[in-house]
Design a protein around this ligand. Structure first.
Ligand SMILES: CCCCCCCCCCCCCCCC(=O)SCCNC(=O)CCNC(=O)[C@H](O)C(C)(C)COP(=O)(O)OP(=O)(O)OC[C@H]1O[C@@H](n2cnc3c(N)ncnc32)[C@H](O)[C@@H]1OP(=O)(O)O
Ligand SMILES: CCCCCCCC/C=C\CCCCCCCC(=O)OC[C@@H](O)COP(=O)(O)O
Length: 276
């Protein structure tokens, strides 16, 4: 008799719980796969448009890519509330740094991407089929994160191209995706780049996704993302020896804004947390 009750309780409580878990995991993966399929489809459509309009690899293709990607937010129920767009209105090149939470960031990036702006990306992206092709056509700069020396020499070339071709460069200084609800320590490449090209840095902060997107909890629903483009950081007077301080300053400023936009109380962390 007792065993019968155990069996009944297991069926009534455990089985529905298991089914809910399976269905939310299934829904999460279904949405992520849909996102990837949409990226592949849109890049397959956008590539011929880029080739016909601009002939090959050029930053002008970013305008076409931007138009395609901007339609995706409606599919996933995302809304962007953007503040500080006027801070992008500067003459000439600059380095834009922003936080990087997920593959979904491409939508937030394209929502506010200024003209003549290319991104720095890990070289593995080049091999992602039609997505790789579209990033190549848009002029994305690939770096090998495992080879600091190679990455540095590519960045030095980028500094020259920025001034020669009037390019803005978008860098994710955390160097990888991070959905932890905080910022990772910053790498220094973006700051060296700004110094080498003698251009200002514009920080951009996106609020935390954790309330609507969380891989660990298999959560992916619609939501509002607050975006703030901060005033430029002038690098005149900054020397090579000041790079760590500059990186630190930018990190703490962005982290403060990140907590504010995410509606979380700010918890200070020790100085130099932005260095390796
Ligand atoms: C319709 C279509 C749909 C599809 C839609 C597609 C849309 C098309 C959008 C694509 C969009 C892509 C978006 C991808 C997004 C990523 O792929 S994110 C990952 C790749 N990006 C990055 O990693 C950028 C950030 N990383 C860096 O800048 C790193 O500093 C570097 C350059 C990789 C070097 O890495 P590291 O060695 O691990 O890091 P770090 O501690 O900074 O440097 C080590 C030392 O070298 C020094 N150093 C670093 N850089 C330099 C330098 N340039 N010069 C001199 N010294 C330097 C540092 O000062 C440090 O020395 P110490 O101060 O310790 O003495
Ligand atoms: C023939 C090969 C076919 C491969 C097909 C691959 C299909 C890929 C499909 C969709 C991917 C859409 C992603 C859009 C661009 C995402 C850029 C991105 O967010 O890269 C991650 C990078 O920031 C940091 O990487 P890690 O967190 O260090 O890792």
């Amino acid at each position: 008799m007792d065993l019968w009750w155990v069996f009944l309780y297991t069926m009534v409580i455990f089985v529905p719980f298991l089914l809910i878990q399976i269905s939310s995991t299934f829904k999460f993966h279904f949405k992520i796969i849909s996102y990837c399929i949409l990226c592949v489809t849109l890049s397959t459509l956008a590539a011929p448009v880029c080739l016909l309009k601009n002939g090959g690899r050029t930053v002008d293709n970013m305008r076409i890519i931007r138009a395609f990607v901007r339609t995706m937010k409606y599919v996933f129920g995302l809304r962007y509330e953007v503040k500080g767009l006027e801070n992008f209105r500067i003459d000439g090149p600059c380095v834009i740094v922003s936080n990087h939470q997920s593959v979904l960031d491409m939508m937030g990036l394209m929502e506010i991407l200024p003209d003549r702006c290319v991104q720095i990306a890990k070289r593995e992206l080049m091999f992602a089929g039609s997505v790789g092709l579209i990033t190549y056509l848009g002029g994305v700069i690939y770096i090998n994160r495992k080879q600091t020396r190679d990455a540095k020499s590519i960045m030095a070339g980028v500094a020259r191209a920025m001034t020669d071709d009037n390019l803005k460069v978008w860098v994710y200084p955390e160097g990888t995706r991070n959905n932890s609800g905080d910022l990772l320590p910053f790498k220094k490449g973006a700051f060296h780049l700004a110094l080498q090209a003698k251009v200002p840095i514009i920080p951009v902060v996106y609020s935390s996704y954790t309330s609507f997107y969380d891989r660990k909890k298999s959560l992916f629903s619609g939501g509002i993302i607050k975006v703030e483009i901060l005033p430029k950081i002038d690098i005149s007077g900054v020397k090579e020896a000041d790079i760590a301080d500059l990186t630190d300053r930018c990190f703490h400023e962005m982290r403060r804004v990140f907590f504010r936009l995410s509606g979380k109380p700010y918890t200070p962390i020790k100085q130099n947390a932005s260095s390796k």
